[in-house]
Ligand binder design. Structure first.
Ligand SMILES: NC(=O)c1ccc[n+]([C@@H]2O[C@H](COP(=O)([O-])OP(=O)(O)OC[C@H]3O[C@@H](n4cnc5c(N)ncnc54)[C@H](O)[C@@H]3O)[C@@H](O)[C@H]2O)c1
Length: 456
Protein backbone atom coordinates (compact mmCIF):
# COMPACT_ATOMS: atom_id res chain seq x y z
CA UNK A 1 0.00 0.00 0.00
CA UNK A 2 1.24 3.53 -0.77
CA UNK A 3 0.33 6.76 0.98
CA UNK A 4 -0.48 10.12 -0.61
CA UNK A 5 -1.31 13.49 1.00
CA UNK A 6 -3.25 16.26 -0.64
CA UNK A 7 -4.51 19.56 0.69
CA UNK A 8 -7.61 21.31 -0.56
CA UNK A 9 -8.20 24.84 0.68
CA UNK A 10 -11.80 25.91 1.01
CA UNK A 11 -11.27 28.45 -1.80
CA UNK A 12 -9.87 25.81 -4.19
CA UNK A 13 -12.60 23.45 -3.27
CA UNK A 14 -15.35 25.94 -3.97
CA UNK A 15 -13.68 26.97 -7.21
CA UNK A 16 -13.57 23.39 -8.46
CA UNK A 17 -17.12 22.52 -7.45
CA UNK A 18 -18.56 25.87 -8.50
CA UNK A 19 -20.63 25.72 -5.36
CA UNK A 20 -20.40 29.38 -4.50
CA UNK A 21 -20.81 31.20 -7.76
CA UNK A 22 -22.99 34.22 -7.29
CA UNK A 23 -25.31 35.77 -9.86
CA UNK A 24 -27.02 34.45 -13.01
CA UNK A 25 -30.06 32.19 -13.09
CA UNK A 26 -31.39 30.57 -9.96
CA UNK A 27 -31.82 27.10 -8.53
CA UNK A 28 -33.76 28.08 -5.48
CA UNK A 29 -37.46 27.58 -4.77
CA UNK A 30 -37.38 31.23 -3.80
CA UNK A 31 -35.68 32.08 -7.06
CA UNK A 32 -38.51 34.04 -8.56
CA UNK A 33 -38.36 36.34 -5.58
CA UNK A 34 -34.58 36.53 -5.21
CA UNK A 35 -33.95 36.85 -8.92
CA UNK A 36 -36.25 39.75 -9.55
CA UNK A 37 -34.03 41.98 -7.48
CA UNK A 38 -33.87 44.78 -10.02
CA UNK A 39 -37.43 45.61 -9.25
CA UNK A 40 -38.19 44.04 -5.93
CA UNK A 41 -36.42 43.04 -2.73
CA UNK A 42 -37.38 39.91 -0.79
CA UNK A 43 -39.77 41.12 1.93
CA UNK A 44 -38.91 38.91 4.87
CA UNK A 45 -40.67 38.33 8.19
CA UNK A 46 -39.27 36.21 11.02
CA UNK A 47 -41.30 34.19 13.51
CA UNK A 48 -39.37 33.02 16.59
CA UNK A 49 -36.88 35.70 17.60
CA UNK A 50 -34.50 33.58 19.66
CA UNK A 51 -30.75 33.07 19.35
CA UNK A 52 -30.83 31.20 16.03
CA UNK A 53 -32.76 33.96 14.31
CA UNK A 54 -30.40 36.50 15.84
CA UNK A 55 -27.16 34.73 14.99
CA UNK A 56 -27.97 33.24 11.59
CA UNK A 57 -30.88 35.08 10.00
CA UNK A 58 -30.79 38.76 11.02
CA UNK A 59 -27.97 41.34 10.91
CA UNK A 60 -25.61 39.28 8.76
CA UNK A 61 -28.31 38.65 6.14
CA UNK A 62 -29.32 42.31 6.02
CA UNK A 63 -25.72 43.53 5.79
CA UNK A 64 -24.50 40.94 3.27
CA UNK A 65 -27.52 40.93 0.96
CA UNK A 66 -28.57 44.52 1.54
CA UNK A 67 -29.60 45.15 -2.07
CA UNK A 68 -31.74 42.01 -2.18
CA UNK A 69 -33.53 41.73 1.15
CA UNK A 70 -35.68 43.79 3.43
CA UNK A 71 -36.89 42.69 6.88
CA UNK A 72 -40.48 43.82 7.26
CA UNK A 73 -41.67 42.18 10.48
CA UNK A 74 -40.77 40.17 13.58
CA UNK A 75 -42.99 37.94 15.69
CA UNK A 76 -42.49 36.03 18.92
CA UNK A 77 -44.87 34.67 21.52
CA UNK A 78 -42.70 36.42 24.15
CA UNK A 79 -43.36 40.19 23.89
CA UNK A 80 -40.18 41.04 25.77
CA UNK A 81 -37.89 38.83 23.64
CA UNK A 82 -39.07 40.29 20.36
CA UNK A 83 -38.17 43.77 21.67
CA UNK A 84 -34.78 42.54 22.96
CA UNK A 85 -34.17 41.01 19.52
CA UNK A 86 -34.84 44.39 17.89
CA UNK A 87 -32.28 46.06 20.13
CA UNK A 88 -29.67 43.34 19.60
CA UNK A 89 -30.15 43.15 15.82
CA UNK A 90 -30.66 46.86 15.24
CA UNK A 91 -33.80 46.07 13.22
CA UNK A 92 -36.44 48.76 13.17
CA UNK A 93 -39.34 46.90 11.54
CA UNK A 94 -42.64 46.39 13.40
CA UNK A 95 -42.91 43.59 15.96
CA UNK A 96 -45.85 41.37 16.84
CA UNK A 97 -46.96 38.63 19.21
CA UNK A 98 -49.88 37.68 16.94
CA UNK A 99 -48.57 35.82 13.89
CA UNK A 100 -51.69 36.08 11.72
CA UNK A 101 -51.97 39.79 12.41
CA UNK A 102 -48.37 40.25 11.24
CA UNK A 103 -48.96 38.24 8.06
CA UNK A 104 -52.22 40.07 7.29
CA UNK A 105 -50.84 43.55 7.88
CA UNK A 106 -47.38 43.18 6.32
CA UNK A 107 -47.91 40.55 3.60
CA UNK A 108 -44.28 39.37 3.51
CA UNK A 109 -43.32 37.24 0.49
CA UNK A 110 -40.84 35.23 2.57
CA UNK A 111 -41.21 33.87 6.09
CA UNK A 112 -38.30 32.58 8.19
CA UNK A 113 -39.43 30.06 10.82
CA UNK A 114 -37.15 29.83 13.86
CA UNK A 115 -39.55 28.92 16.66
CA UNK A 116 -39.50 25.88 18.96
CA UNK A 117 -39.42 22.75 16.76
CA UNK A 118 -42.87 21.37 17.66
CA UNK A 119 -44.49 24.62 16.47
CA UNK A 120 -42.75 24.88 13.06
CA UNK A 121 -45.64 23.26 11.18
CA UNK A 122 -48.14 25.90 12.37
CA UNK A 123 -46.11 28.71 10.84
CA UNK A 124 -44.96 26.83 7.75
CA UNK A 125 -48.55 25.95 6.88
CA UNK A 126 -50.17 29.26 7.87
CA UNK A 127 -47.31 31.15 6.26
CA UNK A 128 -47.89 29.45 2.90
CA UNK A 129 -51.66 29.84 3.20
CA UNK A 130 -51.14 33.54 3.80
CA UNK A 131 -49.03 33.97 0.68
CA UNK A 132 -45.38 33.49 1.70
CA UNK A 133 -42.65 31.11 0.63
CA UNK A 134 -41.04 29.63 3.71
CA UNK A 135 -37.45 29.22 4.88
CA UNK A 136 -37.56 26.92 7.89
CA UNK A 137 -34.91 25.82 10.31
CA UNK A 138 -34.43 22.11 10.83
CA UNK A 139 -36.12 19.97 11.95
CA UNK A 140 -38.96 20.72 9.52
CA UNK A 141 -41.33 19.35 12.16
CA UNK A 142 -41.47 16.77 14.94
CA UNK A 143 -43.92 14.01 13.99
CA UNK A 144 -45.48 12.23 11.04
CA UNK A 145 -48.93 13.89 11.31
CA UNK A 146 -47.51 17.41 11.21
CA UNK A 147 -45.19 16.33 8.41
CA UNK A 148 -48.11 15.13 6.29
CA UNK A 149 -49.94 18.41 6.92
CA UNK A 150 -46.91 20.36 5.58
CA UNK A 151 -46.66 18.10 2.51
CA UNK A 152 -50.34 18.70 1.70
CA UNK A 153 -50.17 22.45 2.40
CA UNK A 154 -47.27 22.90 -0.01
CA UNK A 155 -49.20 21.05 -2.72
CA UNK A 156 -52.40 23.00 -2.06
CA UNK A 157 -50.90 26.49 -1.89
CA UNK A 158 -48.27 26.14 -4.62
CA UNK A 159 -45.82 27.94 -2.31
CA UNK A 160 -42.35 26.58 -1.56
CA UNK A 161 -40.51 25.52 1.57
CA UNK A 162 -36.72 25.55 1.91
CA UNK A 163 -35.28 23.56 4.81
CA UNK A 164 -31.95 25.06 5.81
CA UNK A 165 -29.72 22.01 6.10
CA UNK A 166 -26.52 23.96 6.63
CA UNK A 167 -24.52 20.81 7.48
CA UNK A 168 -24.59 19.80 3.79
CA UNK A 169 -22.50 22.87 2.98
CA UNK A 170 -19.43 22.20 5.14
CA UNK A 171 -16.50 21.83 2.72
CA UNK A 172 -15.29 18.45 4.03
CA UNK A 173 -18.81 16.99 3.78
CA UNK A 174 -19.17 18.33 0.26
CA UNK A 175 -15.83 16.71 -0.59
CA UNK A 176 -17.10 13.38 0.76
CA UNK A 177 -20.18 13.74 -1.46
CA UNK A 178 -17.93 14.31 -4.48
CA UNK A 179 -15.76 11.32 -3.65
CA UNK A 180 -18.80 9.07 -3.30
CA UNK A 181 -20.19 10.22 -6.66
CA UNK A 182 -16.81 9.83 -8.34
CA UNK A 183 -16.76 6.11 -7.61
CA UNK A 184 -13.63 6.43 -5.44
CA UNK A 185 -14.74 3.40 -3.41
CA UNK A 186 -16.88 1.65 -6.02
CA UNK A 187 -20.52 1.11 -5.07
CA UNK A 188 -21.44 2.25 -1.58
CA UNK A 189 -22.79 -0.66 0.45
CA UNK A 190 -22.86 0.45 4.11
CA UNK A 191 -22.09 3.36 6.43
CA UNK A 192 -20.88 3.44 10.06
CA UNK A 193 -21.88 6.81 11.56
CA UNK A 194 -21.32 7.78 15.21
CA UNK A 195 -21.86 11.27 16.59
CA UNK A 196 -20.55 12.51 19.95
CA UNK A 197 -21.98 15.60 21.70
CA UNK A 198 -19.84 16.86 24.55
CA UNK A 199 -20.55 17.81 28.15
CA UNK A 200 -20.96 21.45 27.13
CA UNK A 201 -22.92 21.52 23.85
CA UNK A 202 -24.53 18.13 24.48
CA UNK A 203 -25.56 19.15 27.99
CA UNK A 204 -27.11 22.35 26.65
CA UNK A 205 -29.91 20.33 25.01
CA UNK A 206 -30.92 19.16 28.50
CA UNK A 207 -31.13 22.69 29.91
CA UNK A 208 -34.08 24.04 27.96
CA UNK A 209 -37.09 23.05 25.78
CA UNK A 210 -35.14 20.43 23.82
CA UNK A 211 -35.24 18.26 26.98
CA UNK A 212 -38.95 17.62 26.40
CA UNK A 213 -40.12 15.21 23.73
CA UNK A 214 -43.26 17.29 23.15
CA UNK A 215 -41.16 20.35 22.21
CA UNK A 216 -38.23 18.96 20.21
CA UNK A 217 -39.35 15.45 19.29
CA UNK A 218 -36.29 14.01 21.14
CA UNK A 219 -32.72 14.49 19.89
CA UNK A 220 -33.43 11.81 17.27
CA UNK A 221 -35.47 14.52 15.55
CA UNK A 222 -34.05 17.79 16.88
CA UNK A 223 -30.37 16.95 16.47
CA UNK A 224 -30.16 13.75 14.43
CA UNK A 225 -32.27 15.25 11.61
CA UNK A 226 -29.00 16.98 10.61
CA UNK A 227 -27.24 13.60 10.56
CA UNK A 228 -30.05 11.74 8.82
CA UNK A 229 -30.23 14.47 6.22
CA UNK A 230 -26.48 14.10 5.58
CA UNK A 231 -26.95 10.35 5.15
CA UNK A 232 -29.89 10.82 2.75
CA UNK A 233 -27.81 13.29 0.73
CA UNK A 234 -24.56 11.27 0.75
CA UNK A 235 -26.25 7.95 -0.01
CA UNK A 236 -28.51 9.62 -2.60
CA UNK A 237 -31.34 7.25 -1.86
CA UNK A 238 -34.34 7.39 0.49
CA UNK A 239 -34.51 5.67 3.90
CA UNK A 240 -36.83 2.67 3.87
CA UNK A 241 -36.78 0.95 7.26
CA UNK A 242 -35.39 1.67 10.75
CA UNK A 243 -34.96 -0.05 14.08
CA UNK A 244 -33.62 1.60 17.21
CA UNK A 245 -32.77 1.71 20.88
CA UNK A 246 -32.59 4.64 23.27
CA UNK A 247 -32.50 5.41 26.97
CA UNK A 248 -31.88 8.18 29.49
CA UNK A 249 -28.95 7.00 31.61
CA UNK A 250 -27.01 10.13 32.50
CA UNK A 251 -28.98 13.41 32.67
CA UNK A 252 -32.33 14.14 34.36
CA UNK A 253 -33.38 11.89 37.20
CA UNK A 254 -30.02 10.04 37.12
CA UNK A 255 -28.43 12.32 39.72
CA UNK A 256 -28.45 12.91 43.46
CA UNK A 257 -29.20 16.66 43.50
CA UNK A 258 -30.89 19.21 41.30
CA UNK A 259 -32.24 22.74 41.04
CA UNK A 260 -34.62 24.66 38.78
CA UNK A 261 -31.72 26.42 37.06
CA UNK A 262 -28.08 27.38 37.61
CA UNK A 263 -28.34 31.00 38.77
CA UNK A 264 -30.05 30.32 42.15
CA UNK A 265 -28.49 26.84 42.58
CA UNK A 266 -26.96 25.91 45.94
CA UNK A 267 -24.72 23.27 44.30
CA UNK A 268 -22.76 25.72 42.11
CA UNK A 269 -19.43 24.79 43.65
CA UNK A 270 -19.81 21.05 43.23
CA UNK A 271 -21.85 20.59 40.05
CA UNK A 272 -19.64 19.99 37.00
CA UNK A 273 -22.54 21.12 34.84
CA UNK A 274 -22.95 24.51 36.52
CA UNK A 275 -23.37 27.06 33.75
CA UNK A 276 -22.85 30.75 34.51
CA UNK A 277 -25.18 32.43 32.06
CA UNK A 278 -24.56 35.87 33.62
CA UNK A 279 -21.27 35.98 31.67
CA UNK A 280 -23.18 35.98 28.39
CA UNK A 281 -24.57 39.49 27.85
CA UNK A 282 -26.68 38.50 24.84
CA UNK A 283 -28.31 35.60 26.69
CA UNK A 284 -29.03 37.83 29.69
CA UNK A 285 -30.81 40.32 27.41
CA UNK A 286 -32.60 37.80 25.21
CA UNK A 287 -33.60 35.24 27.83
CA UNK A 288 -33.07 36.28 31.47
CA UNK A 289 -34.65 39.70 31.01
CA UNK A 290 -37.75 38.07 29.53
CA UNK A 291 -38.28 35.13 31.90
CA UNK A 292 -41.09 37.05 33.55
CA UNK A 293 -43.24 36.64 30.41
CA UNK A 294 -43.02 32.87 29.93
CA UNK A 295 -40.77 31.30 32.59
CA UNK A 296 -38.25 30.15 29.93
CA UNK A 297 -35.02 29.37 31.84
CA UNK A 298 -32.04 29.31 29.46
CA UNK A 299 -29.78 27.95 32.23
CA UNK A 300 -32.16 25.16 33.31
CA UNK A 301 -30.79 22.31 35.42
CA UNK A 302 -29.59 19.30 33.44
CA UNK A 303 -30.72 17.07 36.32
CA UNK A 304 -34.38 18.15 36.17
CA UNK A 305 -36.73 15.22 36.67
CA UNK A 306 -39.06 16.25 33.85
CA UNK A 307 -36.41 15.44 31.18
CA UNK A 308 -38.08 12.82 28.99
CA UNK A 309 -35.74 12.45 25.98
CA UNK A 310 -33.04 9.83 25.45
CA UNK A 311 -29.40 10.70 26.06
CA UNK A 312 -27.99 7.67 24.23
CA UNK A 313 -29.40 6.32 21.01
CA UNK A 314 -28.49 3.65 18.49
CA UNK A 315 -30.19 2.60 15.27
CA UNK A 316 -30.02 0.56 12.11
CA UNK A 317 -31.28 2.20 8.91
CA UNK A 318 -31.87 0.49 5.58
CA UNK A 319 -32.02 2.52 2.40
CA UNK A 320 -34.14 1.80 -0.68
CA UNK A 321 -30.94 1.20 -2.71
CA UNK A 322 -29.80 -1.47 -0.25
CA UNK A 323 -27.24 0.61 1.70
CA UNK A 324 -27.24 -0.24 5.42
CA UNK A 325 -26.33 2.23 8.18
CA UNK A 326 -25.22 1.77 11.80
CA UNK A 327 -25.87 5.05 13.66
CA UNK A 328 -25.40 6.22 17.24
CA UNK A 329 -25.63 9.47 19.20
CA UNK A 330 -23.99 10.07 22.59
CA UNK A 331 -24.63 13.28 24.54
CA UNK A 332 -22.06 13.39 27.38
CA UNK A 333 -18.74 12.89 25.64
CA UNK A 334 -15.50 14.68 26.72
CA UNK A 335 -15.09 16.02 23.18
CA UNK A 336 -17.44 16.70 20.30
CA UNK A 337 -17.42 15.41 16.76
CA UNK A 338 -18.11 12.35 14.69
CA UNK A 339 -16.67 9.31 13.04
CA UNK A 340 -18.00 8.09 9.75
CA UNK A 341 -16.91 5.33 7.42
CA UNK A 342 -18.37 4.71 3.98
CA UNK A 343 -17.78 1.10 2.90
CA UNK A 344 -17.77 0.40 -0.81
CA UNK A 345 -17.07 -2.49 -3.15
CA UNK A 346 -13.65 -1.04 -4.00
CA UNK A 347 -12.56 0.63 -0.76
CA UNK A 348 -13.48 2.80 2.18
CA UNK A 349 -13.67 6.50 3.08
CA UNK A 350 -13.02 7.43 6.72
CA UNK A 351 -13.55 10.77 8.44
CA UNK A 352 -12.84 11.45 12.12
CA UNK A 353 -14.00 15.00 12.62
CA UNK A 354 -13.49 16.81 15.92
CA UNK A 355 -15.75 19.81 16.38
CA UNK A 356 -14.50 20.61 19.87
CA UNK A 357 -11.44 19.32 21.61
CA UNK A 358 -10.30 20.09 25.16
CA UNK A 359 -6.62 20.18 24.14
CA UNK A 360 -6.27 21.54 20.63
CA UNK A 361 -8.19 21.70 17.38
CA UNK A 362 -6.64 21.27 13.94
CA UNK A 363 -7.36 23.95 11.34
CA UNK A 364 -8.35 21.36 8.78
CA UNK A 365 -10.60 18.31 8.41
CA UNK A 366 -9.12 15.13 7.04
CA UNK A 367 -10.62 12.48 4.78
CA UNK A 368 -8.85 9.14 4.40
CA UNK A 369 -9.55 7.16 1.23
CA UNK A 370 -8.28 3.58 1.17
CA UNK A 371 -8.59 1.38 -1.91
CA UNK A 372 -8.99 -2.38 -1.57
CA UNK A 373 -5.57 -3.95 -2.37
CA UNK A 374 -4.30 -0.46 -3.21
CA UNK A 375 -3.34 3.04 -2.10
CA UNK A 376 -4.28 5.23 0.81
CA UNK A 377 -4.79 8.96 0.31
CA UNK A 378 -5.25 11.69 2.94
CA UNK A 379 -7.20 14.73 1.79
CA UNK A 380 -7.11 17.79 4.03
CA UNK A 381 -9.78 20.47 3.80
CA UNK A 382 -9.09 23.76 5.58
CA UNK A 383 -11.82 25.27 7.74
CA UNK A 384 -13.77 28.16 6.28
CA UNK A 385 -14.35 31.38 8.15
CA UNK A 386 -18.16 31.56 8.45
CA UNK A 387 -20.14 29.11 10.62
CA UNK A 388 -19.96 25.33 10.00
CA UNK A 389 -16.65 25.46 8.12
CA UNK A 390 -17.88 28.12 5.70
CA UNK A 391 -21.08 26.20 5.00
CA UNK A 392 -23.43 28.80 6.44
CA UNK A 393 -22.25 31.42 3.94
CA UNK A 394 -22.73 29.07 0.97
CA UNK A 395 -26.23 28.25 2.13
CA UNK A 396 -27.13 31.92 2.53
CA UNK A 397 -25.65 32.79 -0.87
CA UNK A 398 -27.99 30.26 -2.43
CA UNK A 399 -31.04 31.60 -0.66
CA UNK A 400 -30.41 35.34 -0.79
CA UNK A 401 -27.77 36.04 -3.46
CA UNK A 402 -29.41 34.27 -6.36
CA UNK A 403 -26.80 31.52 -6.82
CA UNK A 404 -28.04 29.18 -9.50
CA UNK A 405 -25.64 26.29 -9.67
CA UNK A 406 -26.26 23.32 -7.46
CA UNK A 407 -23.60 20.84 -8.62
CA UNK A 408 -23.67 18.93 -5.34
CA UNK A 409 -27.45 18.78 -5.09
CA UNK A 410 -27.40 20.54 -1.73
CA UNK A 411 -30.74 22.33 -2.07
CA UNK A 412 -33.42 20.95 0.23
CA UNK A 413 -37.19 21.21 0.08
CA UNK A 414 -40.12 19.52 1.80
CA UNK A 415 -39.24 16.01 0.60
CA UNK A 416 -35.72 16.32 2.06
CA UNK A 417 -37.08 17.90 5.24
CA UNK A 418 -39.57 15.06 5.56
CA UNK A 419 -37.11 12.18 5.07
CA UNK A 420 -34.65 13.76 7.52
CA UNK A 421 -37.23 13.82 10.33
CA UNK A 422 -39.00 10.59 9.38
CA UNK A 423 -35.86 8.55 10.10
CA UNK A 424 -35.81 9.99 13.65
CA UNK A 425 -39.58 9.67 14.08
CA UNK A 426 -39.38 6.07 12.87
CA UNK A 427 -36.53 5.26 15.31
CA UNK A 428 -38.50 6.92 18.12
CA UNK A 429 -41.56 4.82 17.26
CA UNK A 430 -39.36 1.74 17.06
CA UNK A 431 -37.92 2.42 20.55
CA UNK A 432 -41.46 2.81 21.89
CA UNK A 433 -42.90 -0.31 20.25
CA UNK A 434 -39.82 -2.55 20.09
CA UNK A 435 -40.55 -3.15 16.39
CA UNK A 436 -38.93 -2.07 13.12
CA UNK A 437 -40.67 0.81 11.34
CA UNK A 438 -41.18 1.24 7.60
CA UNK A 439 -40.80 4.87 6.53
CA UNK A 440 -43.49 4.42 3.85
CA UNK A 441 -46.05 3.77 6.62
CA UNK A 442 -45.52 7.21 8.17
CA UNK A 443 -46.68 9.69 5.49
CA UNK A 444 -47.81 9.83 1.84
CA UNK A 445 -44.18 10.27 0.68
CA UNK A 446 -42.78 6.95 -0.50
CA UNK A 447 -39.05 6.15 -0.45
CA UNK A 448 -37.38 5.80 -3.85
CA UNK A 449 -34.15 4.02 -4.81
CA UNK A 450 -32.71 7.31 -6.12
CA UNK A 451 -33.13 10.56 -4.18
CA UNK A 452 -35.30 13.16 -5.96
CA UNK A 453 -33.37 16.44 -6.06
CA UNK A 454 -35.05 19.62 -4.84
CA UNK A 455 -35.60 21.92 -7.80
CA UNK A 456 -36.05 25.57 -8.50
N1 LIG B 1 -29.38 24.58 11.70
C1 LIG B 1 -28.77 24.69 12.87
O1 LIG B 1 -27.59 24.38 12.97
C2 LIG B 1 -29.55 25.22 14.06
C3 LIG B 1 -28.86 25.70 15.19
C4 LIG B 1 -29.60 26.19 16.25
C5 LIG B 1 -31.00 26.18 16.22
N2 LIG B 1 -31.64 25.70 15.12
C6 LIG B 1 -33.12 25.69 15.07
O2 LIG B 1 -33.61 27.02 15.19
C7 LIG B 1 -34.84 27.05 15.89
C8 LIG B 1 -34.75 28.05 17.04
O3 LIG B 1 -33.76 27.63 17.96
P1 LIG B 1 -33.17 28.63 19.07
O4 LIG B 1 -31.96 28.00 19.61
O5 LIG B 1 -33.12 30.01 18.52
O6 LIG B 1 -34.33 28.57 20.18
P2 LIG B 1 -34.81 29.75 21.12
O7 LIG B 1 -35.53 29.10 22.22
O8 LIG B 1 -33.69 30.67 21.42
O9 LIG B 1 -35.83 30.56 20.19
C9 LIG B 1 -37.10 30.09 19.87
C10 LIG B 1 -38.04 31.29 19.91
O10 LIG B 1 -39.33 30.88 19.46
C11 LIG B 1 -40.28 31.52 20.28
N3 LIG B 1 -41.54 30.77 20.21
C12 LIG B 1 -41.81 29.57 20.74
N4 LIG B 1 -43.07 29.20 20.46
C13 LIG B 1 -43.59 30.20 19.71
C14 LIG B 1 -44.86 30.43 19.12
N5 LIG B 1 -45.85 29.53 19.25
N6 LIG B 1 -45.05 31.56 18.43
C15 LIG B 1 -44.05 32.47 18.29
N7 LIG B 1 -42.83 32.32 18.84
C16 LIG B 1 -42.61 31.19 19.54
C17 LIG B 1 -39.65 31.55 21.66
O11 LIG B 1 -40.25 32.51 22.50
C18 LIG B 1 -38.22 31.86 21.32
O12 LIG B 1 -37.98 33.24 21.30
C19 LIG B 1 -35.11 25.62 16.35
O13 LIG B 1 -36.01 25.01 15.48
C20 LIG B 1 -33.76 24.93 16.24
O14 LIG B 1 -33.87 23.56 15.94
C21 LIG B 1 -30.94 25.24 14.04
Amino acid sequence: MTKKDSFVSRRDFIATTGAAVAGSALFSPLSSVANSMDTKKMRIAIVGTGIRALGMWSKDVLETYNDRVEFVGLCDINPGRVESFKKLSGFTCPSYTDFEKMMKELKPDTLIVTTVDATHHEFIIKGMEMGANVITEKPMTTDETKCEAIIQAEKKTGKKVIVTFNYRYSPHRAKAYELLRSGAIGDLTSVDFHWYLDTSHGADYFRRWHRLKEKGGTLLVHKSSHHFDLLNWWIESDPEEVYGFGSLDFYGKNHSFRSTNCRPCTHKDTCKFYYDMTKNKTYMELYAANEKHDGYLRDGCVWKEDINIYDKMAASIKYANGVQVSYSLTTYSPYEGYRIAFNGTKGRIDMWIEESNPIERKNYDEIMVTKNFGDREFIRISHGTSGHGGGDRLLKDKIFAGVTEDPLNQSAGVRDGAFAILVGVGIRNSIETGKPVKIADLTSIKPGTKRQFAKA
